[in-house]
Each structure stands twice: as C-alpha cells, then as structure tokens.
Design a protein around this ligand. Structure first.
Ligand SMILES: [Zn+2]
Length: 462
C-alpha cells in the first residue's frame, strides 16, 4: 500500500480556475498533539524552495487555521509566539483574528534578485516574506491566513555618538541623510527566520535527519513534527530574528560600482543599549553607523545587519556567568583565558556559527562590499564563501576601544580576528599581560539552602 495512498487522504478540493486548493478552516479549539505525513487530511501546499516565481515556490503557511494545508513547522513571530498563546489564554486575543495587512506593505522596494532563487544564498529567510499581499494575493483572496515574515519601514534615529562625530567634525549634516539635529534617516527591515531545513543541514555539514533529531532532542521535544513530518521542509524556529538598517538609497545596493559599507552585528544588549565597557560591541556598531552615513553621503549605501544573537547566541544568562568566571578566576580576567572561560561554562566557545548569516545580504542583492566593518574572520569568510566580494576591511579606531575591552580584542586578534594595523603582531606575551578589571571579590562562600528561606513578615517582627 503506498504510504500516501488516497484512501488515507481527504479528497483535495481544488479551485479549477487557479489550481489553488480551497483552504481547510480548522476549528480553533481543536488540539492536535502532532501530525504525521500519512495522517488523514494532511495535504500541505507544496513548496518548491528556491523557485524564482512565488506562485510556483508557494506561500509559507504556518498558522493554526489551515491544519491540512499548513506547510511549515513552528509558529510565526519567533519566541514571541508564546505571548500569542498567553494573549489567547487571557482572553485578550481572539484566535480567529485575521491580520489587516492592507497598509502594512513595504515603504520601499527590495528585490527581486537572482540570489533569491539560490538556496545556497537563501535558506534562513523567506525572500517573499515582505510581499505576501502581492505575491500570494490569490491565496489570501481564497481565505488563506498567510503572514508576512518581513516588515519594511523607515525611521529617524538619534545616537549620541553620531552627534559627537558631528561635534568633532568627522560628520557633517546634509539635511537629507544626516540632519542638523544629529538624527540620521534610515530605511529598515525586520526579519523573522524561516529555515529551509535541507539547506540548513547542508551548511552545517550534517544530514537533514540529524539536524531534525538534534533540534527535537535539545528543545525537549518542543517540535515533534521535526520527526513525524519529514515532508515539511520549512521550520519557523523560536529564536530571535534580525534587523537591517540602511543609510542611503537601497536601490544602489546591487550596483557593484557604487560604494557599499557593511557591518554584520550580533546583539550585545549590555554594551549596545546600556554601554557596558567590557567589550567593543557598541563602539563597533556606532563606528559602523558613522561610516555608513559617510558612504551614504558620498552617494553609496551603508548597511548594518543586527542579529538577535545575544552572548554569541548563548544568551545573556550564560554571558554573565562567563563574566563572573572571567573576573573571579585565579590571576584575574586575562586575554589568555578569554575563550576558555566561555567554554568552561557553556561547553562551547560560540554558537553563533555564521553559516546562515550572509542570507540577509543576499536578500538585499549585495554582491560586493567596499568597506567591511568587522574584525571577525568567521564573518568575513562566511560572506566571501557565498560569492560576495569584500574590498576593504575597515579597522576600528583604537581610541574607541574601552580599557576593559582590551582583553576581548586582544584575545580575538590572537585567535585570528582582524582588528587592523593597531592590533597587529599580538603574541603570547600580550595575551598574558592584557588584564581586565577585577571584581576584588572573595571566592564565593557556599551557603546552605536555609540561607534563602524567605522570612515571613510576622516572624521578622518578632
Ligand atoms: Zn559585547
């Protein structure tokens, strides 16, 4: 008996005019623990990932509304999908709500580009994620609930470092890209990850089934369909997405003759937002923004891609545990032990990897970067290996590196990062001698559990 035998499937009702199946509207209080590819009624809309025609590629359908036609594992909105569940539980959100998308469409155009049809360049973004209302209109008209995974908008942004650069004469207002007030004008896009599992597996050098099993196990079985639905090739993972900031005219990005400045930045909330001096993250980011503004003023474009990959994708709790280990270890915080400390706590130095990182650049049609603002060789190699040319690597001015961040930059350069001329020739001696601030803590004193028993108010008053 064939596995997908018609005797196990509901007869598909297809609209004769356009060949699109009539959507199944699942009762929203129905609880299905998991599905199997040969279950009754399972009939996902086919996806031909990498096809340049969106109607042949097929829409990503990942809402609870169309159980039969859903063709992706996971849920929209990344980790925020849990809040959607809370909102429904609290009676604040009607699960039947269909988003009103009419006015949400992009305020500037992105693509299409040849890279959109190449899975080796596009495996973690739905390249039609910002244009679903146009590309999949015939599905929407039929009642399909198809959600954008990309939003494209504009903003004015105001950073003290930009104003400082103006005061120092490094930047000048032009009234178009940079205003007298210090605000700069950006085009931006927020992107939720949409993974095409076969290509993600290829980039990580494993089989698709190994990838599926590994994610299933390490999420404590959060997504059984990774195992039970090998026919579903798309996964919307519950992880942070990314934001693209663009200074200048985005239309110039694919033109190799027009200068393009680019930084790919991984989130570091402590530094990026709160100004912690332990690392170079915010200085690197604001330096990149300054260079992006200069390039835009010269007629080109500047791009900062901001990935939600806090603490090398290990998260902020792990990061702070590592900070304590670094600062308390024998001999104090040193460049020599910088990477070891992360490995002691997390078992691994870095889980950002970079295999999926170039996708947003390919989404924008980037083929050549004139000024690359990053010291990471992993990022550089990942980008170049997907066929994007990098002309210059711009170093961070050494006076932007905070004193306590010398440990980080020294350790990184010793291990192959490129921070430019100012940091060339770093050797074992520098690794031993570069020290960071210490907490001057005693080694932590072990306490018993009763030290944490909360005294009730009555007892306290006695
Ligand atoms: Zn940082």
């Amino acid at each position: 008996m064939p596995k997908d035998g018609p005797q196990q499937k509901k007869a598909k009702t297809v609209d004769k005019d356009d060949g699109i199946p009539i959507p199944d509207n699942t009762p929203l209080d129905y609880i299905n623990l998991t599905t199997h590819s040969d279950s009754f009624g399972v009939d996902p809309i086919p996806v031909s990932w990498g096809h340049p025609n969106p109607m042949v590629r097929g829409p990503v359908i990942c809402t609870i509304r169309h159980a039969a036609q859903r063709n992706a594992i996971g849920a929209h909105q990344g980790s925020y999908c849990v809040y959607t569940g809370l909102a429904v539980a609290a009676g604040k959100l009607n699960p039947e709500h269909m988003p009103e998308l009419k006015l949400t469409t992009p305020v500037f155009d992105i693509g299409p580009f040849p890279s959109w049809a190449d899975p080796r360049k596009m495996a973690s973004i739905d390249p039609f994620g910002h244009v679903v209302t146009d590309a999949f209109r015939s599905y929407l008209n039929k009642g399909y609930d198809i959600r954008p995974t990309i939003a494209v908008t504009k903003a004015h942004i105001d950073l003290p470092e930009t104003r400082e650069a103006m005061a120092a004469g490094r930047l000048k207002a032009d009234g178009k890209i940079l205003l007298e007030s210090g605000q700069s004008i950006v085009s931006k896009a927020a992107i939720e990850p949409v993974w095409y599992l076969p290509e993600v597996a290829r980039r990580f050098g494993c089989t698709e089934s190994k990838l599926r099993q590994s994610i299933f196990r390490m999420t404590n079985g959060m997504y059984p369909e990774l195992i039970t639905r090998p026919d579903l090739k798309i996964f919307l993972p519950p992880i942070g997405g990314l934001t693209i900031y663009i200074w200048g005219d985005p239309d110039t990005i694919p033109d190799e003759d027009i200068p393009l400045t680019c930084r790919v930045h991984d989130e570091c909330n402590g530094s990026d937002v709160f100004g912690s001096d332990i690392c170079t993250c915010r200085p690197y980011m604001t330096h990149a923004i300054e260079e992006c503004i200069k390039t835009a003023q010269a007629g080109g474009c500047g791009i900062v891609v901001y990935f939600r990959k806090e603490g090398r994708s290990l998260g902020e709790v792990t990061k702070y545990l590592v900070y304590n280990t670094r600062k308390r270890q024998e001999g104090g915080d040193s460049a020599e032990k910088y990477f070891n400390c992360t490995e002691q706590v997390a078992g691994v130095q870095d889980t950002r990897f970079q295999a999926l990182m170039p996708d947003p650049l390919h989404f924008l049609g980037v083929t050549k970067i004139h000024n690359f603002i990053s010291m990471s060789d992993m990022k550089y190699n990942a980008i170049v290996n997907t066929g994007i040319k990098i002309v210059n690597r711009v170093e961070i001015p050494p006076d932007l590196v905070p004193a306590d961040a010398q440990v980080e930059i020294t350790a990184k350069v010793f291990h192959g990062y490129n921070a430019g001329a100012a940091y060339q020739g770093i050797g074992e001696k520098d690794m031993k001698e570069t020290k960071g601030r210490e907490y001057k803590y005693e080694m932590p004193v072990e306490k018993d559990a009763d030290a944490f028993v909360v005294q009730d108010e009555g007892e306290g008053k006695k």
